[in-house]
Design a protein around this ligand. Sequence first.
Ligand SMILES: Nc1ncnc2c1ncn2[C@@H]1O[C@H](COP(=O)(O)OP(=O)(O)OP(=O)(O)O)[C@@H](O)[C@H]1O
Ligand SMILES: [Mn+2]
Length: 421
Amino acid sequence: MNKRSIIILCIIATLLCVVLGANFYFMYYLNAEEGQLASVRALENMIRQKIRHLKPAYLNRNPRFFMFRNKLLKNYKQAAYENASVLWEIANWWPHENEIYPLYDSSMGQLLKTLREEPITRANNLARGTQLKLLLRLSQQQKVIFKPQWYPRDVVIEGVVYSGKDRHVAEVYAFYLGAVLDLRWTPIVVGRVVNLKNDLYAHGDQELQNTIKIEVDDEGNETYCLFGKCHYCNEEETVCGDEQHNIEGVIIYIVPGTLAKRRSPWQRTYKEEKRAIWEDDMTYCKSLKNKMETIRLLDLIDVAIFDYLIQNGDRHHYETREERVVLIDNGKAFGNPNKDHLDILAPLYQCCLIRKSTWDRLQVFSGGVLTEIVDRLSKQDALYPLITDKHKRGVERRLLVVFAVVEYCMDKEGDKMFKTL
Ligand SMILES: Nc1ncnc2c1ncn2[C@@H]1O[C@H](COP(=O)(O)OP(=O)(O)OP(=O)(O)O)[C@@H](O)[C@H]1O
Ligand SMILES: [Mn+2]
């Protein structure tokens, strides 16, 4: 062999190695990805299987429910009051750690009435977060947050789980659902029809007034449209009043105390082409269990169940009050009643842990009772019915999924999955 042939042979060998190497790497990568996909699918199949074989107790009404129903209906029933200031003072003393209001308190029904009826005496833009919201003052005293209506109840938001703007009624629903499930970690919220002209523009500062467009037609009729001031706010996307200048919205009581914001370990990438580690790694919770206190993990698992029921897939950050998790910002729930994003439940099925009290409470509201009681409680709200029947069926369907996932975990972990922290 001459020198030239040797060089050519070497080049061919090197090229072969590179190509083969790349191929092997590619094949390895493919397999790894397939493996991950397979484990997610296997889990989904397991859950489907479990749902088909759920025990009757999960499907039927629980007789223990009646005891809870009467107390709930009594506690949240709107009641007359004399002095709103006194009630606000009481409510501002209520929060303890992440419990925003007590289990039972005769002031709750009165407080709800103050939020529905006390006059709005000041209105400003509130440029916190990314969505349009206002800071209102009631009776020159209590500050509350206002989120307006963007969509009719029956609109189906297509696309990814965090698509679209806020669904105002979701905040009210979250309040009652939290009360029912004894996750009293949400702000107190009521629906309210407010007048864009007389309540908001008339009591708005210059800045708010500058973000309200007033159009007058040929007959001299005015239309008021608010676009506000926030990250996503722009003059093309407005909330407009009807002929009387009324708009729907929700009044969110401000949680007293300091809130701290933290990145969720199950945060999405918010890029459709990029998946987060937790989305494919079914052992993701293992390392978290070492890094995070169990009480925090249990809080986040409660949050996951809550969010899954209402399909809030936008909890990129969670907030804490005195080191416990609060359920602030539930506006992105109820986007699409036909779709269940199982991955919102990842904290539950990846960690296979749940607070015993949450598990007991969920079972009290089996058999269609959960949406029934939220419906009964919210009958007094100005925005009733808060959600469509399709959404209600969605909540009930997902409750069964939660039961099935816990059954799956019980197979895997036994009773040690239940914690009392
Ligand atoms: N009821 C409340 N009590 C106290 N603080 C609140 C309350 N609601 C909201 N906040 C504060 O205002 C911030 C923004 O509110 P929120 O998260 O509802 O807005 P958002 O526009 O939906 O935000 P994002 O785009 O991040 O989802 C919260 O992070 C919280 O710190
Ligand atoms: Mn939000």
